[in-house]
Structure formats: C-alpha cells, structure tokens
Design a protein around this ligand. Structure first.
Ligand code: GA4
Length: 331
C-alpha cells in the first residue's frame, strides 16, 4: 500500500460537510444495444452532461489487464515512480494537479495518446516490462476510442440527424486529435477516521475541457457529479461499465444544449480507487464553435470563436475549479 506522508495530508483539502447528496437521483444508463440509444444519450447530455454506458462492446479483460498493470506501477517504490515525473504535462504526478497549485489525495500517470509524429512522446519507457504495459494501454485505448466514435455518432443522430454523421466523431478519429489518457490512483485515507465526518478531496471539482471523457474505475466509490441545481450526487461504482462526461468543447459545439458536467472525487477511508480516463480532444487548430445546424434563426451563438489550442492554453493558466468557459462567452 502506498502511504502518503502526514504533511501531504495537511496540504490536501478537506470538505467539512458534503452538501446533502441526493439519494434518489438515478444516473442515466445507456444500453448501446438499444435502438433508441441516440435519443436517450441526447437527453442525458442535456440534463446531466453525464451517463453510464452498458453493452459497450469493450472486452472486460482489456479493462482488468490495464487495471492490474496500473496497480503494479503505483505499487512501485516512490523513488522509482518519481523517475517518470513530474508531469509536464505528461508523466507521473503525486498530489499536485496541474501547474497552478491544485492538490488532491491522488497519484496519477498522464499519458499522451496522440499518434501524430510531431507530438511529444508518451511515457512508455518506465516499468520493468514496458511492452506489457504498452500493449495493455494500446488495446484499452483502441477499444475505448471505437466506442467513443459510436457515442458521438449516436449524439449526432439524436440531435436531429446532423450531417455528416461523423461531424463530432471525426474530431477524435483525426490523426491530429489532441487526446490524452489518465490513470488515477487514490490511496486509502485512514486518517479520515479521526476527522469526524470530514471528506478528503481526491480530485477537486472541475469540468473537463475536451469533447468527451470516458471513465472506467474499479469498484471503489468516490466519484460525484454536480446536478443543475448544485447538489452533489455520488455515482455508484461499476467496474464493468463506462461513465461519460460531456466536456466544455461539446457544450460549446451544441451552443449550451449539452452541459459539461462538474465533477470531483472524494478519497475513501479504507479502499483505494483506480480510474482510467480517456479525454477525447479535437486537433489543436480546430475551431470550437456551435454547429450551424444546431443554431436556429432566432437563437444566438453564445460563444466567441476560438480554437482548441487557445482554449487549452487558457485552461492551463487556470485553477481546477475555475469556470474556464467564462472568458469565451459573448457578453
Ligand atoms: C482536467 C481534465 C484532465 O484531467 C486534464 C486536467 C489538466 C491536468 O491535470 O494537467 C488540468 C485540468 C484538466 C483543467 C485545468 C488545468 C489543466 C489541471 C489544471 C489545473 C488532463 C485536462 O485536460 O484538463
């Protein structure tokens, strides 16, 4: 077990009272084998910006293989893990998230999934057996990407049959797509027992800047999403399914019809949580703007024009909880 030192505990944020979480809210579940999945996906993106996917076609063995490989990495000695950090932006990180002072009860590996020859290389050189780790990552990411393309095509269908059908999925399938992959390890936090009722922030509240994020975790709870009315809801874990977040860029492309979901992760007293997230982003030079077919004559475009590169650069100057879309809204 990885034990973070006491000063680390002091650095991380506690939230004293977790706003009452709703017990009745059901997270939308999309069955990809259902022929009405397109309509349900659109509803979920409008209401929650978040949904769970079942019957997704990604082999469970790809998920468990990668989970085991990731755990082997996080169980290495601290000095060994440190040789693959700091994350600038790719690499191993512990506690610090991003470049602007955010911290969490977390260790992670941020990997580049870009296939573009000019992009910075992924960090596949660590580990006693890099090929095993690499192929676990590759198999997993290829399968998850395929599912993401399908989801984005179903969204285009559900949004009224926008043409071409790949108007969203092409952004991720493009060889210049600026996507990344994150393995998050949240060690147990037994010290919490002493802090009556306190909750330790594993990953502070934020929205994801990309198009969509595809998350799979082990069976430890901790993920919470924020509903439209500001209440936080705990998402029951399910290691066989995927959870999808609408990102800021998709919110803009749908002119605010889809909402990018605010979410966070709380640490567990007893159990470690391991999650793997594919962040599907567009090519750096892609203009992020509402799809013309989604803007009716009376409706106005809510956002200024910007490229993914501009948004990403602005994002890296922000703190996790900042409302990053603010400076790109038309006043
Ligand atoms: C949030 C979503 C992804 O995890 C991430 C994060 C990135 C990082 O960890 O380096 C950021 C964060 C995320 C948004 C604002 C900036 C950048 C940390 C941070 C404070 C990899 C991403 O793309 O944006």
């Amino acid at each position: 077990m990885v034990v973070l030192s006491q000063p680390a505990l002091n650095q991380c944020s506690l939230i004293e009272t977790c706003k009452p979480t709703s017990l009745v809210t059901e997270i939308p579940v999309i069955d990809l084998s259902n022929h009405e999945a397109n309509t349900f996906i659109v509803k979920a993106c409008e209401e929650f910006g978040f949904f769970k996917v079942v019957n997704h076609g990604v082999p469970l063995e790809f998920m468990t293989k990668l989970e085991n490989e990731a755990l082997k990495f996080f169980k290495l000695a601290q000095s060994e893990k440190d040789t693959t950090g700091p994350p600038d932006p790719f690499g191993y990180g512990s506690r610090r998230i991003g470049p602007n002072g955010d911290v969490g009860w977390i260790e992670y590996l941020l990997l580049n999934t870009n296939t573009d020859v000019n992009s910075p290389k992924s960090l596949f050189t660590f580990h006693e057996n890099p090929q095993v780790f690499c192929s676990a990552v590759d198999n997993y990411i290829s399968a998850v990407k395929k599912m993401s393309f399908e989801l984005l095509e179903l969204m285009a269908d559900g949004l009224g049959g926008i043409k071409p059908r790949n108007v969203l999925s092409r952004l991720l399938s493009d060889e210049k797509s600026d996507s990344c992959f994150r393995l998050n390890y949240y060690p147990p936090c037994p010290e919490l027992q002493a802090l009556s009722g306190g909750n330790m922030i594993g990953f502070g509240e934020h929205t994801d800047p990309q198009i969509i994020s595809v998350l799979r975790s082990n069976n430890t709870s901790g993920l919470q999403i924020c509903l439209k009315d500001g209440t936080w809801v705990s998402v029951p874990p399910d290691h066989t399914s995927f959870f999808i977040n609408v990102g800021d860029s998709l919110q803009v492309m749908t002119n605010g019809r889809f909402r990018s979901v605010k979410h966070r992760v709380l640490a567990d007293i007893m159990k470690s949580r391991l999650s793997m997230i594919y962040f599907g982003g567009p090519p750096l030079n892609e203009k992020i703007a509402p799809l013309p077919s989604l803007i009716t004559k009376e409706e106005e475009n809510l956002y200024k024009e910007f490229t993914w590169c501009e948004y990403k650069n602005a994002g890296y100057k922000s703190k996790l909880a900042d409302y990053r879309l603010g400076e790109f809204e038309k006043s």
